[in-house]
Design a binder for this molecule. Structure first.
Ligand code: IVH
Length: 664
């Protein structure tokens, strides 16, 4: 094969893969800059060699984020992208080209380029009727139910003067604060954090459960109107009109009459954007007059009347010294690069995330390589490329390890997950310590264990699991390095105190994979005792709102494990809270004095035995059979028909659980 054809084929293959990672998996492998350069390189070669034309080349389409779970619908107007540039020279070329083509005065509207996921909203008679993702530009996914949960998107328009039917396009964003909170929650529940707010926003929009979307605090900015009878003949005025109808339109939108003003805008926002609550990745320049836009027209992929100037992500080059593999409390193994310290946007960077095995092999990373380190908006810097030309003494190729670095167990990878994990949950030290650390943490059992406590107790052989914490007494600790009598007593007091931590937090403290604070609360509400939760089937679990297959599977796995059950029984013997509203369960009153009860059927809030106990605690009496002396029948589901008949005959009052709980 001709070498140039080979280059073209390789580029096409790579770009396809990067596209898939970016659009389908939302796990980009390379930086936008590098991607754009590769696409440009391919476009150039294809233009020079028309004999190798291929309708399926990645240059012939705009990328796809179609997801099987949503119904694809055709866009009324194709959803094109923008031509990109990273150089001010090309901005000037765009300006000159436009001037030449129009040969009359024109204005440029400068806007921020928001870094989220694009959306097209259809309004008919002032009502939001459809929201579609970009998809492949021709067809996108119908995500209306999810979009309706985004508070900044009007469901009904304000004011008057809007066309009977029009589309408005914009960006769905997850603000930095919401992004950080979401990732903290994900890490707490043992889930992989999102790499950036863009992926988090795109992932959220594709979430099947609209309630989850509603909690995500997504936001929006709208920047482009389409329709037959828009109110104004300039883009800028249409945006101002849209703002009156209730849309979120950026204040950072400026009409510029000269190229100088355009550059002022670019320079101002190049630094000022860092103070914005949402991620931006550039500036968009648009010709203001709609008539002039129509004159300039479109190419197959993008409008000729607009261009995007992209900010350079802050980058630095530095040497890769080694790669560490860390094991988390859920067994997930994360690769971390140790770098020659380098200054990057004001901080010294020594370590960078390598995300997962796919990313390592796509980078073809070798120890000693000069790497490109980038700090987009993300908090943790990442390696986005390797300077292969600077590679003269090649070190070992970085391979993702096959065995757990802590315990040697072969790692496993689940079919649809990028991460490897160590399955040796009960014998792998970092997992054991990690679980205890999680158990004592503030949001869990809130045990007064300072930095290094778990490590020290573990090394002293005092603890092997969370239950062991409750066996520790002052003498055990007193005498350990840096522990005095007072601190030992404080610790033991704090352990005793933790026995009052309510059930939902105890559930969270157990560290069941994917069971974060919110899920734990939800589970506790649906299954008010640990026994009920342990007895729950897969179906019963997913019947609880927002509990999917993955969480249900993880809960079942947890309770199926004999070690876990043993630990639970120990914790129970130490009197931790394993039921909701222990206060209610333990409280004694005389609310039911003189009353006789018969219990029948199956209950959902408490077990039959618990109800018997409750009746006695509140001064009532339990009997087995219905008689003239019976005051109430506490009836659950499937109450025996004989009892029911007898109760009706004797005129005994039948009450359900809720009514009973109100009585006490
Ligand atoms: S205008 C035909 N304006 O950037 C023009 N796009 O690379 C349509 N974007 O798909 C787009 N901020 O998702 C426009 N102020 C802005 C934007 C913006 C972000 C995104 C949008 C688009 C992509 C193009």
């Amino acid at each position: 094969m001709e070498p140039v054809k080979q280059t073209i084929d390789t580029l096409r293959k790579n770009i396809e893969q990067w596209n898939y990672q970016y659009y389908v998996l939302a796990q980009p492998l390379i930086s936008d800059l590098e991607f754009d350069l590769k696409v440009k390189e391919l476009e150039k070669l294809e233009a020079e060699h028309p004999e190798y034309f291929d309708a399926n080349s990645p240059t012939q389409r705009v990328g796809s984020d179609l997801n099987n779970n949503f119904v694809p619908v055709e866009h009324r107007y194709p959803m094109l992208s923008l031509a990109n540039t990273y150089s001010e020279g090309e901005v000037q070329e765009f300006y000159n080209r436009t001037q030449k083509a129009l040969n009359e005065d024109f204005e440029i509207v400068c806007e921020l380029k928001y870094d989220g996921t694009s959306i097209s909203l259809l309004y008919e008679n002032g009502v939001l009727t459809r929201a579609i993702t970009r998809g492949d530009g021709v067809r996108g996914d119908d995500v209306t139910t999810n979009v309706r949960t985004i508070k900044s998107i009007p469901l009904r328009l304000h004011g008057t003067g809007y066309p009977a039917s029009f589309e408005i396009r914009g960006e769905i964003l997850l603000p930095w604060t919401a992004f950080n909170t979401l990732n903290e929650e994900r890490e707490e529940s043992g889930e992989a954090p999102f790499a950036n707010p863009r992926n988090a926003a795109a992932g959220s929009l594709k979430t099947l459960n609209a309630q989850v979307v509603a909690q995500r605090k997504l936001d929006s900015f709208l920047y482009y109107l389409l329709g037959e009878d828009l109110p104004c003949d300039t883009h800028y005025n249409n945006l101002q009109a849209a703002r009156q109808w209730g849309f979120k339109i950026s204040d950072a939108t400026k009409k510029c009459a000269t190229l100088e003003e355009v550059f002022d805008f670019i320079h101002y926002w190049n630094t000022e954007r860092k103070n914005l609550p949402v991620a931006t990745d550039g500036i968009v320049l648009k010709v203001n007059s709609i008539k002039q836009q129509l004159n300039l027209g479109w190419t197959a992929k993008s409008p000729r009347w607009a261009i995007a100037y992209k900010f350079q992500a802050e980058q630095a080059e530095t040497r890769l010294n080694s790669v560490d593999f860390q094991v988390g409390r859920t067994g997930t193994v994360t690769p971390v690069a140790n770098l020659e310290p380098v200054l990057l946007s004001g901080t010294i960077v020594k370590r960078a995330s390598l995300h997962n095995a796919d990313i390592i092999s796509a980078l073809d990373l070798h120890i000693g390589d000069l790497c490109l380190v980038e700090k987009g908006g993300e908090i943790i810097p990442k390696i986005t490329g390797v300077n292969t030309e600077a590679r003269f003494m090649i070190g070992d190729k970085v391979q993702f390890i096959q065995k757990c670095p802590a315990c040697g167990t072969p790692l496993v990878r689940e079919a649809d997950e990028a991460a490897y994990y160590c399955p040796n949950t009960t014998g792998c030290e970092p997992q054991i310590k990690g679980r205890i650390e999680h158990f004592v943490s503030r949001k869990a059992m809130n045990i007064n264990a300072g930095e290094g406590t778990v490590e020290a107790f573990f090394n002293a052989g005092l603890i092997r699991n969370a239950a062991d914490l409750y066996k520790i007494n002052v003498q055990d600790i007193f005498g350990l390095e840096r522990w005095g009598e007072k601190s030992a007593q404080n610790f033991v007091d704090s352990i005793a105190e933790s026995k009052n931590v309510p059930y939902p937090r105890v559930l969270y403290a157990l560290g069941i994979r994917f069971v974060g604070e919110t899920v734990a609360k939800r589970l506790a509400r649906a299954f008010p005792t640990i026994d009920q939760l342990m007895a729950a089937s897969h179906e019963e679990l997913i019947d609880v709102g927002d509990i999917g297959d993955r969480i249900a599977g993880s809960v079942l796995d947890y309770f199926a494990d004999a070690e876990n059950r043993k630990q639970l029984e120990q914790l129970r013997s130490f009197e931790l809270q394993f039921a909701l509203d222990k206060e209610i369960l333990a409280e004694k009153t005389n609310h039911l004095e003189g009353k006789t009860f018969v219990i029948s059927g199956i209950f959902s809030h408490h077990s039959r035995d618990e109800y018997k106990e409750l009746i006695e605690q509140h001064g009532g009496k339990n009997t087995a059979t219905v008689s003239a002396k019976t005051n109430y029948i506490l009836a659950g589901e499937n109450m025996g028909p004989a009892k029911l008949e007898k109760a009706e005959k004797l005129g005994v009052q039948i009450i359900n659980e809720d009514e009973f709980l109100k009585m006490i």
